[in-house]
Write a protein that binds this ligand. Structure first.
Ligand code: 13P
Ligand code: SF4
Length: 344
Protein backbone atom coordinates (compact mmCIF):
# COMPACT_ATOMS: atom_id res chain seq x y z
CA UNK A 1 0.00 0.00 0.00
CA UNK A 2 2.75 2.43 1.05
CA UNK A 3 4.79 1.56 -2.07
CA UNK A 4 1.78 2.30 -4.26
CA UNK A 5 1.37 5.77 -2.74
CA UNK A 6 5.07 6.61 -3.19
CA UNK A 7 5.11 5.34 -6.78
CA UNK A 8 2.03 7.30 -7.77
CA UNK A 9 3.75 10.52 -6.68
CA UNK A 10 6.90 9.92 -8.70
CA UNK A 11 6.44 11.06 -12.32
CA UNK A 12 6.82 8.06 -14.61
CA UNK A 13 8.68 7.57 -17.88
CA UNK A 14 5.89 6.46 -20.22
CA UNK A 15 6.00 6.32 -24.05
CA UNK A 16 4.00 9.59 -24.08
CA UNK A 17 6.57 11.25 -21.80
CA UNK A 18 9.42 9.94 -23.97
CA UNK A 19 7.78 11.41 -27.08
CA UNK A 20 6.99 14.78 -25.50
CA UNK A 21 10.52 15.10 -24.07
CA UNK A 22 12.32 13.91 -27.22
CA UNK A 23 13.16 17.42 -28.58
CA UNK A 24 14.78 18.29 -25.24
CA UNK A 25 16.75 15.07 -25.24
CA UNK A 26 18.07 15.86 -28.70
CA UNK A 27 19.63 18.97 -27.18
CA UNK A 28 21.45 17.21 -24.33
CA UNK A 29 22.00 13.65 -25.58
CA UNK A 30 25.78 14.13 -25.83
CA UNK A 31 26.03 14.88 -22.10
CA UNK A 32 23.11 12.91 -20.61
CA UNK A 33 22.90 9.13 -21.08
CA UNK A 34 19.64 7.40 -22.00
CA UNK A 35 19.27 5.65 -18.65
CA UNK A 36 19.51 8.92 -16.71
CA UNK A 37 17.17 10.59 -19.21
CA UNK A 38 14.45 8.05 -18.37
CA UNK A 39 14.58 9.35 -14.78
CA UNK A 40 14.89 13.03 -15.71
CA UNK A 41 12.30 13.36 -18.52
CA UNK A 42 9.11 12.99 -16.41
CA UNK A 43 10.43 15.53 -13.89
CA UNK A 44 11.35 17.96 -16.65
CA UNK A 45 7.89 17.84 -18.23
CA UNK A 46 6.15 18.21 -14.88
CA UNK A 47 8.39 21.15 -13.83
CA UNK A 48 7.79 22.92 -17.15
CA UNK A 49 4.01 22.39 -16.85
CA UNK A 50 3.86 23.53 -13.22
CA UNK A 51 6.00 26.64 -13.66
CA UNK A 52 3.64 27.84 -16.42
CA UNK A 53 0.59 27.09 -14.29
CA UNK A 54 2.04 29.02 -11.33
CA UNK A 55 3.62 31.90 -13.26
CA UNK A 56 7.13 30.99 -12.09
CA UNK A 57 10.51 31.36 -13.77
CA UNK A 58 13.61 29.33 -13.08
CA UNK A 59 16.90 31.26 -12.93
CA UNK A 60 19.77 28.81 -13.27
CA UNK A 61 23.46 29.38 -12.69
CA UNK A 62 26.01 28.08 -15.21
CA UNK A 63 27.03 25.37 -12.69
CA UNK A 64 23.67 23.63 -12.73
CA UNK A 65 23.68 20.13 -14.25
CA UNK A 66 22.74 20.02 -17.97
CA UNK A 67 19.25 18.58 -17.46
CA UNK A 68 18.44 21.62 -15.29
CA UNK A 69 20.42 24.17 -17.30
CA UNK A 70 19.19 23.15 -20.76
CA UNK A 71 15.78 21.63 -20.02
CA UNK A 72 13.96 23.61 -17.30
CA UNK A 73 15.77 26.97 -16.92
CA UNK A 74 14.04 30.08 -18.31
CA UNK A 75 17.16 32.20 -17.84
CA UNK A 76 20.71 31.14 -17.15
CA UNK A 77 24.09 32.74 -16.77
CA UNK A 78 26.72 33.98 -14.36
CA UNK A 79 25.96 35.81 -11.09
CA UNK A 80 25.70 39.17 -12.83
CA UNK A 81 23.29 37.97 -15.52
CA UNK A 82 21.11 36.26 -12.91
CA UNK A 83 20.97 39.44 -10.81
CA UNK A 84 20.05 41.50 -13.90
CA UNK A 85 17.36 39.02 -14.80
CA UNK A 86 15.91 38.93 -11.27
CA UNK A 87 15.46 42.70 -11.45
CA UNK A 88 13.72 42.52 -14.84
CA UNK A 89 11.37 39.55 -14.77
CA UNK A 90 7.59 40.03 -14.61
CA UNK A 91 7.04 36.58 -13.13
CA UNK A 92 5.47 36.43 -9.65
CA UNK A 93 7.66 33.55 -8.52
CA UNK A 94 11.39 33.07 -8.98
CA UNK A 95 12.87 29.62 -8.41
CA UNK A 96 16.61 30.03 -7.94
CA UNK A 97 18.50 27.07 -9.30
CA UNK A 98 21.73 28.12 -7.67
CA UNK A 99 23.03 28.86 -4.19
CA UNK A 100 21.52 30.83 -1.34
CA UNK A 101 23.30 34.16 -1.90
CA UNK A 102 21.92 34.18 -5.46
CA UNK A 103 18.37 33.69 -4.16
CA UNK A 104 18.92 36.49 -1.63
CA UNK A 105 20.16 38.78 -4.39
CA UNK A 106 16.98 38.02 -6.36
CA UNK A 107 14.85 38.81 -3.31
CA UNK A 108 16.78 42.05 -2.68
CA UNK A 109 16.14 43.17 -6.27
CA UNK A 110 12.55 41.89 -6.41
CA UNK A 111 11.21 42.32 -2.86
CA UNK A 112 7.57 41.85 -3.88
CA UNK A 113 8.19 38.53 -5.59
CA UNK A 114 8.21 35.10 -4.02
CA UNK A 115 11.74 33.74 -4.26
CA UNK A 116 12.16 30.01 -3.72
CA UNK A 117 15.26 27.86 -3.39
CA UNK A 118 14.95 24.08 -3.75
CA UNK A 119 17.42 23.35 -0.92
CA UNK A 120 18.17 25.84 1.83
CA UNK A 121 21.52 24.16 2.53
CA UNK A 122 22.94 25.33 -0.83
CA UNK A 123 25.52 27.70 0.66
CA UNK A 124 28.93 28.97 -0.46
CA UNK A 125 32.32 28.91 1.29
CA UNK A 126 32.88 32.57 0.37
CA UNK A 127 29.53 33.70 1.81
CA UNK A 128 30.33 31.72 4.98
CA UNK A 129 33.74 33.36 5.37
CA UNK A 130 32.57 36.81 6.50
CA UNK A 131 29.86 38.39 8.67
CA UNK A 132 28.35 41.86 8.88
CA UNK A 133 30.24 42.38 12.17
CA UNK A 134 33.52 41.64 10.34
CA UNK A 135 32.68 44.31 7.74
CA UNK A 136 31.87 46.86 10.46
CA UNK A 137 35.30 46.19 12.02
CA UNK A 138 36.95 46.67 8.62
CA UNK A 139 35.06 49.94 8.24
CA UNK A 140 36.39 51.11 11.61
CA UNK A 141 39.93 50.12 10.67
CA UNK A 142 39.84 51.67 7.17
CA UNK A 143 37.24 54.49 7.45
CA UNK A 144 38.24 56.15 4.16
CA UNK A 145 38.56 53.05 2.00
CA UNK A 146 35.55 52.00 -0.12
CA UNK A 147 34.34 48.45 0.49
CA UNK A 148 33.66 46.43 -2.66
CA UNK A 149 31.86 43.23 -1.77
CA UNK A 150 31.63 40.18 -4.00
CA UNK A 151 28.00 39.12 -4.52
CA UNK A 152 28.95 35.74 -3.01
CA UNK A 153 27.99 37.08 0.43
CA UNK A 154 24.94 37.32 2.70
CA UNK A 155 22.46 40.20 2.48
CA UNK A 156 23.75 41.45 5.86
CA UNK A 157 27.29 41.72 4.50
CA UNK A 158 26.09 43.47 1.33
CA UNK A 159 24.16 45.93 3.52
CA UNK A 160 27.43 47.05 5.18
CA UNK A 161 29.17 47.60 1.84
CA UNK A 162 29.60 50.56 -0.50
CA UNK A 163 29.04 48.53 -3.64
CA UNK A 164 28.92 44.93 -4.83
CA UNK A 165 30.79 43.26 -7.67
CA UNK A 166 30.81 39.96 -9.52
CA UNK A 167 33.68 38.28 -11.32
CA UNK A 168 32.36 39.87 -14.57
CA UNK A 169 32.59 43.47 -13.46
CA UNK A 170 35.08 43.48 -10.54
CA UNK A 171 37.74 45.45 -12.42
CA UNK A 172 35.25 48.09 -13.66
CA UNK A 173 33.85 48.46 -10.13
CA UNK A 174 37.29 48.88 -8.55
CA UNK A 175 38.26 51.40 -11.23
CA UNK A 176 35.03 53.34 -10.65
CA UNK A 177 36.44 54.79 -7.40
CA UNK A 178 38.60 57.90 -7.49
CA UNK A 179 40.88 56.99 -4.57
CA UNK A 180 43.98 54.83 -4.78
CA UNK A 181 42.93 52.10 -2.33
CA UNK A 182 39.96 49.71 -2.36
CA UNK A 183 38.94 46.93 0.02
CA UNK A 184 37.73 43.88 -1.93
CA UNK A 185 36.02 41.29 0.23
CA UNK A 186 35.80 38.39 0.90
CA UNK A 187 37.63 36.52 -1.90
CA UNK A 188 41.38 36.89 -1.43
CA UNK A 189 42.06 35.29 -4.83
CA UNK A 190 39.64 37.39 -6.86
CA UNK A 191 41.14 40.43 -5.09
CA UNK A 192 44.69 39.38 -5.94
CA UNK A 193 43.73 38.64 -9.54
CA UNK A 194 42.17 42.09 -9.88
CA UNK A 195 45.20 43.69 -8.19
CA UNK A 196 47.30 42.41 -11.12
CA UNK A 197 45.13 44.44 -13.54
CA UNK A 198 44.89 47.79 -11.75
CA UNK A 199 47.21 50.44 -10.33
CA UNK A 200 45.05 50.71 -7.21
CA UNK A 201 46.12 49.18 -3.93
CA UNK A 202 43.75 46.31 -3.12
CA UNK A 203 43.17 45.22 0.47
CA UNK A 204 41.29 41.99 1.02
CA UNK A 205 39.89 39.32 3.37
CA UNK A 206 40.91 35.70 3.87
CA UNK A 207 37.90 34.05 2.18
CA UNK A 208 38.19 31.63 -0.71
CA UNK A 209 36.09 29.38 -2.91
CA UNK A 210 36.50 25.77 -1.80
CA UNK A 211 36.10 24.61 -5.41
CA UNK A 212 38.58 26.89 -7.20
CA UNK A 213 41.25 27.08 -4.50
CA UNK A 214 41.98 23.39 -5.05
CA UNK A 215 43.48 23.91 -8.51
CA UNK A 216 47.27 24.36 -8.59
CA UNK A 217 49.72 25.70 -11.21
CA UNK A 218 51.12 22.15 -11.44
CA UNK A 219 47.65 20.94 -12.48
CA UNK A 220 47.69 23.36 -15.41
CA UNK A 221 51.18 22.26 -16.45
CA UNK A 222 50.00 18.63 -16.37
CA UNK A 223 46.92 19.43 -18.48
CA UNK A 224 49.10 21.14 -21.08
CA UNK A 225 51.48 18.18 -21.18
CA UNK A 226 48.62 15.68 -21.50
CA UNK A 227 46.61 17.68 -24.07
CA UNK A 228 49.09 19.71 -26.17
CA UNK A 229 47.52 22.71 -27.86
CA UNK A 230 44.52 22.85 -25.52
CA UNK A 231 43.38 26.34 -24.53
CA UNK A 232 43.18 26.70 -20.74
CA UNK A 233 40.38 28.85 -19.28
CA UNK A 234 40.21 29.55 -15.54
CA UNK A 235 37.79 31.29 -13.20
CA UNK A 236 39.26 34.29 -11.29
CA UNK A 237 38.37 32.61 -7.98
CA UNK A 238 41.40 30.38 -8.68
CA UNK A 239 44.68 31.38 -7.00
CA UNK A 240 46.63 33.96 -9.07
CA UNK A 241 49.41 31.41 -9.69
CA UNK A 242 46.81 29.25 -11.47
CA UNK A 243 45.38 32.19 -13.42
CA UNK A 244 48.95 33.10 -14.48
CA UNK A 245 49.31 29.65 -16.09
CA UNK A 246 45.97 29.90 -17.93
CA UNK A 247 45.38 31.43 -21.39
CA UNK A 248 42.32 33.34 -20.22
CA UNK A 249 40.52 34.03 -16.94
CA UNK A 250 36.97 35.28 -16.63
CA UNK A 251 33.55 34.76 -15.12
CA UNK A 252 31.53 31.70 -16.08
CA UNK A 253 29.84 33.81 -18.79
CA UNK A 254 33.18 35.11 -20.07
CA UNK A 255 34.53 31.54 -20.34
CA UNK A 256 31.41 30.39 -22.14
CA UNK A 257 31.59 33.37 -24.55
CA UNK A 258 35.28 32.65 -25.20
CA UNK A 259 34.44 29.14 -26.42
CA UNK A 260 31.44 30.32 -28.48
CA UNK A 261 33.40 33.13 -30.17
CA UNK A 262 36.81 31.54 -30.67
CA UNK A 263 35.88 27.87 -31.16
CA UNK A 264 39.21 26.47 -29.91
CA UNK A 265 39.88 22.89 -31.07
CA UNK A 266 40.44 21.70 -27.50
CA UNK A 267 39.62 23.49 -24.27
CA UNK A 268 40.34 22.87 -20.59
CA UNK A 269 37.88 24.59 -18.24
CA UNK A 270 39.45 25.07 -14.84
CA UNK A 271 36.25 25.44 -12.87
CA UNK A 272 33.16 23.59 -11.63
CA UNK A 273 32.28 20.34 -13.40
CA UNK A 274 28.94 21.20 -15.01
CA UNK A 275 30.40 24.16 -16.95
CA UNK A 276 32.03 21.99 -19.61
CA UNK A 277 28.89 19.87 -20.05
CA UNK A 278 26.69 22.94 -20.44
CA UNK A 279 29.00 24.79 -22.80
CA UNK A 280 29.74 21.68 -24.89
CA UNK A 281 26.04 21.29 -25.77
CA UNK A 282 26.18 24.41 -27.96
CA UNK A 283 29.74 23.87 -29.21
CA UNK A 284 29.82 20.41 -30.80
CA UNK A 285 33.08 21.04 -32.67
CA UNK A 286 35.09 21.84 -29.54
CA UNK A 287 36.73 19.01 -27.60
CA UNK A 288 36.38 19.52 -23.85
CA UNK A 289 38.93 18.22 -21.37
CA UNK A 290 37.07 17.98 -18.07
CA UNK A 291 39.44 18.34 -15.11
CA UNK A 292 36.98 19.81 -12.66
CA UNK A 293 35.98 20.16 -9.03
CA UNK A 294 32.36 19.75 -7.93
CA UNK A 295 30.68 22.49 -5.95
CA UNK A 296 28.80 20.53 -3.26
CA UNK A 297 26.46 23.49 -2.72
CA UNK A 298 25.42 23.90 -6.34
CA UNK A 299 24.97 20.15 -6.56
CA UNK A 300 22.28 20.22 -3.86
CA UNK A 301 19.89 21.50 -6.53
CA UNK A 302 18.24 18.65 -8.44
CA UNK A 303 15.21 18.16 -10.70
CA UNK A 304 13.51 16.34 -7.83
CA UNK A 305 13.82 19.24 -5.39
CA UNK A 306 12.96 21.85 -8.06
CA UNK A 307 9.69 20.00 -8.66
CA UNK A 308 8.97 19.67 -4.96
CA UNK A 309 9.80 23.38 -4.51
CA UNK A 310 7.16 24.32 -7.10
CA UNK A 311 4.60 21.88 -5.69
CA UNK A 312 4.94 22.97 -2.08
CA UNK A 313 6.17 26.57 -2.60
CA UNK A 314 9.14 25.93 -0.32
CA UNK A 315 11.72 27.05 0.62
CA UNK A 316 10.87 30.72 0.52
CA UNK A 317 13.88 33.04 0.84
CA UNK A 318 13.21 36.17 2.85
CA UNK A 319 15.41 39.14 3.73
CA UNK A 320 14.68 41.60 6.53
CA UNK A 321 13.31 44.69 4.69
CA UNK A 322 15.69 47.11 6.45
CA UNK A 323 18.72 44.97 5.56
CA UNK A 324 17.33 44.43 2.04
CA UNK A 325 16.96 48.17 1.42
CA UNK A 326 20.62 48.79 2.36
CA UNK A 327 21.86 45.76 0.42
CA UNK A 328 19.82 46.87 -2.62
CA UNK A 329 21.75 50.15 -2.75
CA UNK A 330 25.03 48.22 -2.99
CA UNK A 331 23.70 45.85 -5.67
CA UNK A 332 22.02 48.61 -7.70
CA UNK A 333 25.18 50.72 -7.62
CA UNK A 334 27.00 47.73 -9.08
CA UNK A 335 24.39 47.28 -11.82
CA UNK A 336 24.66 50.98 -12.70
CA UNK A 337 28.46 50.80 -13.06
CA UNK A 338 28.11 47.72 -15.17
CA UNK A 339 25.68 49.39 -17.56
CA UNK A 340 28.02 52.37 -17.91
CA UNK A 341 31.07 50.19 -18.44
CA UNK A 342 29.31 48.17 -21.17
CA UNK A 343 28.69 51.39 -23.07
CA UNK A 344 32.38 52.33 -23.26
P1 13P B 1 30.21 33.70 -11.83
O1 13P B 1 29.63 35.01 -11.46
O2 13P B 1 31.43 33.79 -12.68
O3 13P B 1 29.17 32.81 -12.45
O4 13P B 1 30.73 32.97 -10.50
C1 13P B 1 29.87 32.56 -9.49
C2 13P B 1 30.45 31.50 -8.67
O5 13P B 1 29.95 31.16 -7.63
C3 13P B 1 31.67 30.89 -9.17
O6 13P B 1 32.16 30.00 -8.26
FE1 SF4 C 1 30.71 29.34 -3.69
FE2 SF4 C 1 32.77 28.29 -4.95
FE3 SF4 C 1 30.46 26.98 -4.96
FE4 SF4 C 1 30.77 29.27 -6.39
S1 SF4 C 1 31.80 27.32 -6.71
S2 SF4 C 1 29.04 28.73 -5.05
S3 SF4 C 1 32.14 30.42 -5.02
S4 SF4 C 1 31.73 27.43 -3.15
Amino acid sequence: MFDTVVQSRKPEYTPAVAAAAAPLYDKVRRVVNALDWATYAPYILEINRLKKEKGAVILAHNYMTPEIFHCVADFFGDSLQLAQQAGKTDAKIIVQAGVHFMAETSKILSPKKTVLIPDLRAGCSLAASITAADVRLLREKYPDVPIVTYVNTSAEVKAESDICCTSSNALAIVESFAGDTVLMIPDQYLARNIARQTKKKILTWQGSCEVHERFTPEDIKKFRAAWPGAVVLAHPECPPEVVAEADFAGSTKAMSDYVRDRQPKKVVMVTECSMSDNVSVNNPNVEFVRPCNLCPHMKRITLQNILSCLQTMTHEVTVDPVIAARARLAVEKMLAVNIQSRGV
